[in-house]
Design a protein around this ligand. Sequence first.
Ligand SMILES: Nc1ncnc2c1ncn2[C@@H]1O[C@H](COP(=O)(O)OP(=O)(O)OP(=O)(O)O)[C@@H](O)[C@H]1O
Length: 282
Amino acid sequence: MIEVKNLTFSYGKDKQALHGLNFSVADGEIFGFLGPNGSGKSTTQKILTGILKGHGGEVSLFGKDLRTAQTQEFFQQIGVLFEFPYLYANLSAVDNLNYFASFYPKEQLRDVKELLEELEFKKDFLNKPVSSYSKGMRQRVSMARALISNPKLLFLDEPTSGLDPAGAVLFRKIIEKERQKGTTVFLTTHNMLDADLLCDRVAFITNGNIVALDTPQNLKEKNSNHRIVVSYLYQGKRKEQTIEAPELKAGIPFAYDEIISIHSQEPTLEDVFIQYTGRGLS
Ligand SMILES: Nc1ncnc2c1ncn2[C@@H]1O[C@H](COP(=O)(O)OP(=O)(O)OP(=O)(O)O)[C@@H](O)[C@H]1O
């Protein structure tokens, strides 16, 4: 679906934002693009969605070179959730969505009200102006905008930002539903939980370079110290020991009366990111 070879981009002479990215995203894959502020995520997404022109290297989407692919048909196949909601503040959710829907062929469209209902949008605000909405409500309208045209390729920039925990769970369910439909998703995020739960593979980008690319599970396993922490009771006292995972093959290698818990010391995706880049994700 997406093929990127040696992608470079400079803002003027002095600011090279991308230094030769290589990756591909398969049909139906949820691909996570993770990196700290200023690493080049938005620049990459803007190039892939045709907003930013003048890249170096080769990019193809739907099997066509991006430089020639940007026809009306191309834009009708992609949906974009922008990091900052591009909505008309004086129009209601319904009017915003009807307006964006007017750019697409009717047979491709989803029903505005059904979509907003699926996104658990508050009914009594349907016809009130966007300027009166909370952040979470605006995010729901932005997601509806991205989904209204049933896109084959969906770009989501920080989809769960501004949502409360229940809203984030709902959005993850909706993204999962897109996966089941076969939609390809390019997910740009700082949110490690979203990336870990949703993505088939993730790329870590820092300073305009991809420094790791794999499944979340492989990244965690490759960077694990393979140690296990055992909490247990022995002769009336609570104790804890750390052992190497292979030692477990022969059973617990020390005396105990009762095991309380066993935890692997597998790193989180954020730990792995910091190992690769030396930087946190904010
Ligand atoms: N319009 C611009 N003019 C000049 N430099 C820019 C411009 N936009 C971005 N940059 C620079 O390009 C680099 C990559 O920026 P980009 O916005 O792609 O990062 P990002 O990973 O999306 O960051 P964030 O998480 O803050 O959105 C940064 O050094 C940034 O300062």
